[in-house]
Design a protein around this ligand. Structure first.
Ligand code: ATP
Ligand code: MG
Length: 207
C-alpha cells in the first residue's frame, strides 16, 4: 500500500489516470481509496464549493490558501491516515503540491509560507509518489473548452496564471527527486497508464 498524489493543470488527465490505476489495483486485489482535494471529507466538500464559487464573496488569495489547508488537515486526519493504517492504497487527486503550484505559483504568495502551511496541515505527511501530468497551457485550455460545465474560478484565470502554475509544478518535481514522476500529459491515456504501472513495478510496489 502506498500513497500516490496526482497533480497537473486542469484537463491534464488526472482523473483518467487515477481511474485506470484503480482498475489495476482492483484486478490485483489491492485495497484502495480514491480521493481528491479540495474534498475528501464532508467538511472538505462543503469548503470546495466555497473555494470554487465565482459569485458572491469569493475568497481573497490568503483566505483561499487557508481554506485549502483547513480541508487538507481534515482530509489527512480523517481519511488518508486511517486508510494507510488499514494498509490501503490512497490515490489522491491533488495534494499539498497543488498549494505550492496554485497559491504560490499562480497567486504569487511567498513559497516558504505555503510550505510552512503545508507542513502544518499535513503534520509532515507526504505522498510516497507525486505523479505530475505535465501539460502545455494551450492544451489545457483546449481540453477545458470542450467541457460542458461553466469554468470555475481557477479555470477563468489568464494564461500567465496557468503558465506560473505549470512552472511551479515543474520546479517542485525537479527539486523533489525520487518522490516525483513527471509524465507528458500529451501521451495517450493507454500509454500513460503503461508508464505509471511500469514505474510502480520498478519500485516493487506492484506486481
Ligand atoms: N492522455 C490524454 N490525452 C488526451 N486527452 C485526454 C488524456 N487524458 C484525458 N484526456 C481528456 O482530457 C479531458 C480531461 O481529462 P481528465 O478529466 O482525466 O483530466 P483532469 O486532470 O482530471 O481534469 P480536472 O482537473 O478538470 O479534473 C477529458 O475530456 C479526457 O477525456
Ligand atoms: Mg479530474
Amino acid at each position: 500500500m502506498h500513497f500516490l498524489a496526482f497533480e497537473g493543470l486542469d484537463g491534464a488527465g488526472k482523473s483518467t489516470l487515477i481511474h485506470g490505476l484503480q482498475r489495476e489495483l482492483e484486478a490485483q486485489g489491492q485495497a484502495n481509496v480514491m480521493t481528491r482535494e479540495p474534498g475528501g471529507s464532508a467538511l472538505g466538500d462543503e469548503v470546495r464549493e466555497l473555494l470554487l464559487r465565482v459569485q458572491d464573496d469569493a475568497p481573497v488569495p490568503r483566505a483561499e490558501a487557508l481554506l485549502y489547508q483547513a480541508v487538507r488537515a481534515q482530509h489527512v486526519e480523517r481519511l488518508i491516515k486511517p486508510a494507510l493504517a488499514a494498509r490501503k492504497w490512497v490515490l489522491c487527486d491533488r495534494f499539498a503540491a497543488s498549494s505550492v503550484a496554485f497559491q504560490s505559483g499562480g497567486r504569487e504568495i511567498n513559497e516558504d509560507e505555503i510550505h510552512w502551511l503545508n507542513g502544518f496541515s499535513t503534520r509532515g505527511l507526504q505522498p510516497d509518489l507525486y505523479v505530475l501530468l505535465d501539460l502545455p497551457v494551450d492544451e489545457s485550455l483546449k481540453r477545458l473548452s470542450g467541457r460542458a460545465q461553466d469554468p470555475d474560478r481557477f479555470e477563468r484565470e489568464n494564461r500567465e496564471f496557468h503558465e506560473r502554475v505549470r512552472t511551479a509544478y515543474l520546479r517542485q518535481a525537479q527539486a523533489g527527486g525520487e518522490r516525483w514522476l513527471v509524465l507528458s500529459a500529451l501521451e495517450t491515456p493507454v500509454r500513460l497508464q503503461e508508464l505509471l504501472l511500469s514505474e510502480l513495478k520498478k519500485r516493487k510496489w506492484l506486481n
